[in-house]
Design a protein around this ligand. Structure first.
Ligand code: AMP
Ligand code: MG
Length: 411
């Protein structure tokens, strides 16, 4: 008996990307569990509770130079008597700066009241206890002082929730007095590779077998997108076993399946999802690699059925699954990462598909160039290993000229 078939919904890349974004939007209000992590373990996590300034930043007018704190107009008019020395971490107890005086000051020290500038050491002449501007130098009010509270005022949000934390956020959080941070728990992502031909990487394959690489590239991409990957056992090409495996994976926040989504006689993934009550948002995208990509939702989690060819799996995960995963993980801005570069050599293709071709970005001081890597198609992992990006050829283009500014997908 023929099994019911999933609907056929084939979209162009922009429409498919927009559809994923619309589900990201509707998912945004779903609450996510929160946990507390030490600051040193917070890099790469998504902030759940905003970090606010616990005091003005800087907390005092900060000198940004080693030099002399004084009144600019007085120093421009003549020499000033040096009335003391202020180092970083030292409170100033001398009251306001008397007229006609300068105070030697170090970077990071609090500028005493009354001083309106810090003249850098390299711009003055010092003789005995007098300081004056060096030949050809000048100074204006405000120079080399960061006013108190100019970076942030007490209570200001310094890092909003939904931000993926990087080194600058960790530093800002530390500066605001946090030794732990509230972050969203990592979404659990079930990874299910399907295919009778697959064996684990540790196994010596028989001549007709292939090592399962997709589960591992996906786990790496999931981890990079803030998820907790769980690699489940490889599923044979069998409808009932595929259904069982998906049922077991349904406790996760997201299911990533690979293989079994094409038109072959032994591709059972869509059929198994349908039998489990899946709603399908698309079942194909006009892209290369990755045309048979499937996106939908089970009664529980979202799922992607990614094509089994290893580069197809990688590219479609980066284009569609990683942004959704980042949103599920609480990230406020979850979109694929593209950059622009200048094309090193002509690219000619058949129009009709948006292409993501393995390529090498060559960053340079005056700009980044991108060059295609020759490949044997979407199974060519050796080519992918020589690439560091995927050159985007829009659906309507049949030729990109050397020097043209093109987009590249970053994994
Ligand atoms: P499929 O999408 O199942 O038709 O598979 C397409 C191609 O990808 C076939 O050549 C498979 O052997 C290969 N393939 C499928 N799954 C994997 C995997 N997990 N790791 C490596 N190659 C795979
Ligand atoms: Mg297969």
């Amino acid at each position: 008996m023929d099994m019911p078939a999933a609907p056929s919904i084939v979209l162009g890349y922009p429409e498919a990307a927009a559809l994923v974004q619309s589900h990201i939007g509707s998912h945004a209000s779903t609450p996510r569990p929160v946990e507390s992590v030490p600051l040193q373990e917070a890099s790469g996590r998504v902030l759940a509770t905003p970090v606010t300034a616990d005091r003005d930043q800087p907390p005092f007018p900060r000198s940004t130079r080693d030099g002399f704190a004084c009144r600019a107009a007085e120093l421009r008019a003549g020499s000033l008597q040096i009335a003391g020395l202020l180092r970083a971490g030292q409170p100033w107890s001398g009251g306001g700066l008397p007229a006609g005086r300068a105070i030697e000051i170090m970077t990071g020290a609090a500028v005493p009241p009354g001083a309106d500038c810090v003249v850098m050491l390299e711009h003055v002449a010092v003789s005995q206890d007098q300081v004056s501007l060096a030949q050809g130098k000048t100074i204006s009010s405000g120079e080399n002082i960061v006013p108190a509270g100019s970076e942030a005022s007490t209570g200001d949000v310094v890092i909003p929730s939904g931000v993926r934390l990087g080194p600058s956020h960790i530093a800002a959080a530390a500066a605001c007095g946090n030794s732990t941070l509230q972050v969203f728990s990592r979404p659990r992502v079930a990874i299910l590779a399907t295919g009778d031909e697959l064996v684990e990487p540790s196994v010596t394959p028989l001549p007709h077998q292939i090592r399962n690489s997709n589960s591992f590239s996906l786990a790496a991409q999931v981890a990079a997108a803030g998820g907790a990957p769980e690699i489940l056992p490889v599923v044979p090409d069998d409808p009932a076993l595929t259904q069982d495996a998906i049922t077991r994976a349904s406790q996760s926040d997201l299911i990533l399946l690979t293989g079994g989504v094409s038109m072959g006689k032994f591709d059972f993934v869509e059929q198994a999802l349908l039998a489990l009550g899946a709603e399908f948002f698309f079942t194909g995208v006009r892209i290369q690699p990755g045309k048979p990509t499937v996106f939908g939702k089970l009664p529980g989690p979202f799922f992607f059925g990614l094509p089994g060819n290893p580069i197809s799996t990688m590219v479609t995960c980066a284009l569609f699954a990683a942004p959704l995963l980042r949103a599920i993980g609480g990230e406020a801005d979850a979109a694929p990462c593209f950059c622009q570069a200048s094309l090193a050599e002509e690219v000619a293709v058949q129009p009709g598909l948006t292409r993501f071709l393995p390529a090498c970005l060559e960053p340079g001081f005056t700009g980044t160039r991108i060059r295609r890597i020759p490949w044997q198609g979407s199974g060519d992992l050796a080519a992918a290993a020589r690439a560091n990006a995927f050159l985007v050829v829009p659906e309507s283009a049949d030729r990109l000229a050397p020097g043209e500014i093109v987009s590249a997908l970053l994994l």
